[in-house]
Design a protein around this ligand. Structure first.
Ligand SMILES: [Zn+2]
Length: 413
């Protein structure tokens, strides 16, 4: 099997056969500008121009005292163009250095995709029907649905493959040879196939660089699995990215452990218990509020009866205990049993107050509720509106100022 994938035969593509090479010596073959940016072409390169779901490499090219950044690498007109900030003359001997950490993390994620996709195909018969990589993870769409248990088996087997340290073998079968081989992505064609094989786990046509063996992938974790177009959308992370994900979750868990004083492996149990307790406390709270509302209404209507008084004389109530519906109910009960103008406030000095002014419809003409509300809004910069029997709104003044306003009203009455 021979590699016939070289672009125009002038550039040795190191990444095709050696994914772990991140520093290399080369000679500049062309130095030009294609309108997009200045670029150089080398006689050999480890910079991957992108493809197969994996982004192109970045890094630097050094030539003596000159160091120029490689911002992008693409194949154009059959040559690998390294788009650089500063041009280096033709014939110069250079050293290329990739952003090795980024390349390695991508290879860890990409390699894990081969294992996961290969295992899903061999165990459950589904193809990988969509694949892309972000900077921290791999997204795989499967051709059919998978249960949590099935995915757990796939994940466990993928990690077993890591510990078995199986080589990633790269081969270049002829179209005839490829015809008789079983591999994923065969549908993309039989010409110029670059086959990546992990014996016992996967064989797939792929153009991207890979690590030497599965041990270099590090831990593999399916972090999310959601139904997607009749199959599943899996988010997978491996190696350093999986380690960082573990650290993040560990720290999150440590915070919960501290708050709940829970053992390390029991946080979910403690949270479930807490959530159950919260539900019963909420139910208790609702009952208590109802009881409180009933008692408050009873006491205020009694007070109204005892005091008597005219409709023009406001009866002021402050409460923090009710919700807006409870406040409305209280006001309705009061106006039903008394002719006084009821001015009820819900809230406190910090958050401000909601208010309801209301009066019994039978005495609304003599009460002058609208006049009182307009005056209130003007003097205390309150907001609100309503009818001759009920006005509602909000005010941000403190309780003291509100009480002073009503003291003056009473004096005038
Ligand atoms: Zn691949």
């Amino acid at each position: 099997m021979k590699n016939e994938r070289d672009t125009n035969g002038n550039c040795e593509l190191i990444y095709e056969t050696d994914g772990m090479c991140t520093v290399f010596e080369a000679v500049v073959m062309a130095s030009s500008d294609d309108g997009k940016s200045p670029y150089v072409v080398l006689d050999r390169t480890a910079f991957f121009p992108g493809g197969g779901g994996q982004q192109c490499d970045t890094g630097i090219i050094e030539a003596g005292s000159i160091t120029t950044e490689v911002e992008k690498v693409e194949i154009e007109d059959g040559e690998v163009r390294h788009y650089v900030k500063e041009l280096i003359p033709e014939g110069t001997a250079v050293t290329g250095k990739l952003n090795a950490k980024v390349r390695y993390a991508r290879m860890q994620n990409h390699g894990s995709e081969h294992l996961i996709s290969g295992l899903i195909k061999s165990l459950y018969g589904y193809e990988n029907v969509g694949f892309h990589m972000t900077d921290e993870e791999v997204v795989i769409d499967t051709g059919g649905p998978l249960t949590y248990e099935q995915l757990r088996i796939v994940e466990e087997k993928a990690n077993e493959a890591v510990f078995e340290n199986v080589p990633f073998t790269i081969s270049f079968p002829t179209a005839e040879e490829a015809q008789n081989l079983d591999f994923r992505s065969k549908i993309d064609g039989l010409e110029n196939v670059r086959l990546i094989t992990v014996e016992g786990y996967d064989a797939c046509a792929c153009c991207a660089p890979h690590v030497y063996s599965t041990g270099q992938l590090g831990v593999i974790k399916i972090v999310s699995a959601t139904p997607h177009r009749g199959g599943m959308r899996l988010i997978v992370t491996a190696g350093m990215d999986a380690y960082r994900d573990y650290v993040m979750l560990h720290e999150d868990n440590a915070k919960i452990m501290k708050d709940l004083s829970s053992p390390r492996n029991k946080t979910a149990e403690y949270v479930a218990e807490l959530s159950g307790r919260l539900t019963s406390v909420k139910a208790e709270n609702t009952e208590l509020k109802k009881e409180l509302s009933r008692m408050l209404t009873e006491s205020i209507t009694k007070q109204l009866k005892d005091e008597g008084g005219s409709s023009a004389e406001p009866f002021v109530i402050f409460t923090q205990a009710l919700d807006p519906v409870g406040l409305r109910n209280l006001v309705n009960e009061c106006t039903a049993s008394s002719d006084r103008t009821i001015c009820a406030f819900l809230g406190d000095d910090e958050k401000g107050f909601r208010y309801i002014f209301a009066v019994n419809a039978k005495v609304s003409e003599s009460a002058g509720l609208k006049g009182l509300a307009d005056d209130f809004c003007e003097k205390l910069s309150a907001k609100g509106g309503g009818s001759a029997v009920m006005v509602q709104g909000s005010v941000s003044s403190g309780r003291k100022d509100i009480e002073e306003f009503f003291a003056k009203v009473r004096k005038k009455a």
